[in-house]
Write a protein that binds this ligand. Structure first.
Ligand code: SF4
Length: 604
């Protein structure tokens, strides 16, 4: 092993006090410095942390941003999600291949540039987009792709690709990104002008923790991640769970294609999020908070770390927060490394512990046994913002916003076939038809509500509302006009889930592949009417037999498109052309063979 690698491993381990749970930080550091975490590095990390080498290897092999074999000094990750495909990423990909003289998955012969696809980098409102190391490049075209290769060849520096800064804090010296916030509609909770992000925290600390939870309950706040679990109830469970050491985790790992609203919140409202996490820490009796930031948003890391440092200086974090005797609380940022499944809260906890992002079996729930076996609250970015605003303005204020059954506002990421893709903050109860009008969508055929794990709806549902009791969503709407192919859309989403499944359980690992094969068969004109029933049954089985939220929702694109676009499927299946006999009796067919062998077949 080279002396520089040995030295870097030692330093990376020392920086986290040889804490095994910080393995993600260590391997990310080595990956960044050496282009891979090679065998020697894994041996050395295992020795430094006194853990079996297989544990290091298991983590390294799990995440898309980590690699056991060398990658180029520069890695271009071209986003390949469905919106990027609709915006012409195929042409951009071709130019990258031609200009670099390599295919996707390969590295140039000089070892300088690796070309890869990424499933979603959170830039659907400015697609096609790519990550070049940690630098985000947006609104790509064939010409821009040529320029990118030329600049990288000449300078070897991805930072030179930044030709302009986006709005707001995207131009901050610690961000300096071409990303646009694209906040096109401001509501009363997250994006109003002139709010004080710490007002809620200052009001919370004179209250008792029980009073804080009471107000969150009275406001009827439900988690904004999609599942909609009552936040106050979750906090109560965690507060009353056994264990002195409690944790607050912020899920900043939005990874579903079409989702990017947390990007805008983290860029413009990070202090509101940190205030909410601190209030949660006070309410449940925690000393430590972790923000799990998706690897694709690494360009925000320094800015967020700086905000945390400023909050410590201002007494908003650390010992006796805001002068509150006995309330000590701090927050660290845990970077992810490109694994969609880590958006599932138990997988996210595994990742925070330095493990593969494998979901855990529930119960026990995180509120009972979460991070390192301790009671843990996991809420998402938007939920923590709501917490701060509720305590600032009172439960009645929040309760009075939105619809009868869903309190407050919802921030939506809207992309696809529309004139004004971006981030919109609406009160709950807003109709889909209103949204389509606001975003300039014409000739809309379908909308994917809630990302791939949500549902695809058609025209007859456009009068429905964004609401926990109607169209519930974590916040993503992808719009498709009538030129799009609904079965092709479902096929793409199955491709996504096949790629992102952790592979632990068979229904998810195998079932989704079978669903995709079924869709392919229909698309190729080989489908039979009974295939639709097969897809339905298989999809329902995957839902109930999978272990975690990913598998339990992965068949939704197929099931909801079958339900809402049945006629499209039916038009593609033609029994008479194939001569298929649906009443084939396998027992009867085997009877002669059984008689000859004098044995009974086990096939029924
Ligand atoms: Fe892994 Fe899928 Fe099973 Fe979840 S459902 S544990 S992602 S294989």
């Amino acid at each position: 092993m080279s002396s520089s690698l040995e030295k870097d491993v030692k330093t990376a381990c020392e920086q986290v006090n040889r804490d095994r749970t910080r393995l993600m930080d260590i391997v990310r550091e080595i990956q960044a410095r050496h282009g891979c975490v090679c065998n020697e590095a894994m041996d050395s990390i295992a020795a430094e942390l006194s853990i079996p080498r297989v544990e290091v290897e298991s983590t390294v092999s799990f995440y898309a941003f980590l690699s056991e074999t060398p990658k180029g000094k520069i890695v271009i990750r071209l986003c390949d999600d469905i919106v990027d495909r609709m915006q012409g990423v195929g042409g951009v990909a071709k130019v990258f291949e031609e200009e670099l003289g390599i295919k996707f998955g390969e590295t140039t012969s000089d070892g300088n540039i690796t070309l890869q696809h990424a499933p979603c980098i959170g830039m659907c409102d400015q697609a096609p987009a790519a990550l070049v190391n940690d630098v985000v490049v947006t609104r790509l075209s064939s010409d821009k792709a040529r320029d990118i290769v030329k600049i990288l060849r000449e300078t070897g520096d991805p930072a030179k690709l930044i030709t302009r800064f986006g709005d707001g804090n995207n131009a901050h010296p610690l961000v300096r990104a071409m990303v646009d916030n694209n906040v096109r509609k401001r509501g009363e909770v997250i994006f109003p002008h002139g709010l004080n992000p710490n007002a809620g925290l200052e009001k919370a600390l004179p209250m008792t923790p029980q009073e804080v939870i009471r107000d969150i309950n009275a406001a009827r706040l439900r988690g904004r991640g999609g599942a909609g679990f009552p936040t106050g109830m979750k906090w109560n469970f965690t507060r009353s769970a056994e264990g002195e050491d409690k944790y607050v985790i912020c899920n900043a790992d939005e990874g579903e294609p079409g989702t990017f609203k947390d990007r805008a919140i983290l860029t413009q409202r990070a202090d509101l999020v940190f205030s909410g996490m601190t209030i949660a820490g006070y309410a449940i009796g925690a000393k430590n908070g972790i923000m799990y930031l998706r690897g694709e948003y690494a360009y925000l890391q320094k800015y967020l770390e700086d905000l945390l440092a400023k909050r410590r200086e201002a007494g908003l974090l650390g010992k006796n927060v805001c002068g509150k005797e006995g309330f000590d609380f701090d927050i660290r940022i845990q970077m992810g490394a490109g694994a969609y499944v880590c958006g599932e809260e138990t997988a996210l906890i595994s990742s925070c512990e330095g493990l593969r992002g494998d979901p855990k079996t529930r119960p026990p729930f995180p509120a009972q046994k979460g991070y390192c076996g301790n009671p843990t609250v996991v809420n998402n970015v938007e939920t923590f913002c709501c917490v701060t605003r509720i305590i600032e303005n009172g439960a009645a204020w929040f309760h009075g916003l939105g619809s009868k059954t869903s309190a407050g506002y919802k921030v939506l990421s809207i992309s696809g076939d529309c004139a004004a893709p971006g981030v919109y903050e609406y009160p709950f109860g807003v109709k889909i038809s209103q949204i389509l009008q606001d975003v300039g969508a014409e000739d809309t055929m379908a909308i994917q509500v809630g990302g791939p794990s949500g549902q695809i709806i058609g025209k007859e549902d456009f009068d429905r509302a964004i609401d926990f009791d109607d169209l519930a969503t974590g916040g993503s709407l992808i719009i498709f006009n009538s030129s799009r192919d609904v079965i092709g859309i479902a096929e793409y989403f199955m491709e996504f889930f096949i790629e992102e499944s952790c592979g632990y359980c068979t229904p998810c690992r195998v079932g989704n592949t079978l669903l995709k094969k079924g869709l392919e068969k229909i698309q190729e004109g080989r489908g039979e009417p009974q295939d639709l029933e097969y897809l339905q049954q298989l999809g329902e089985t995957i839902k109930v037999a999978s272990r975690c939220g990913l598998g339990q929702t992965s068949s939704n694109p197929v099931l909801t498109s079958l339900k809402n676009f049945r006629s499209v499927y039916e038009a593609k299946v033609k029994p008479e052309e194939h001569g298929f006999n649906p009443d084939f009796d396998i027992s009867a067919a085997l009877s002669d063979a059984e008689a000859v062998a004098d044995r009974k077949s086990m096939i029924y």
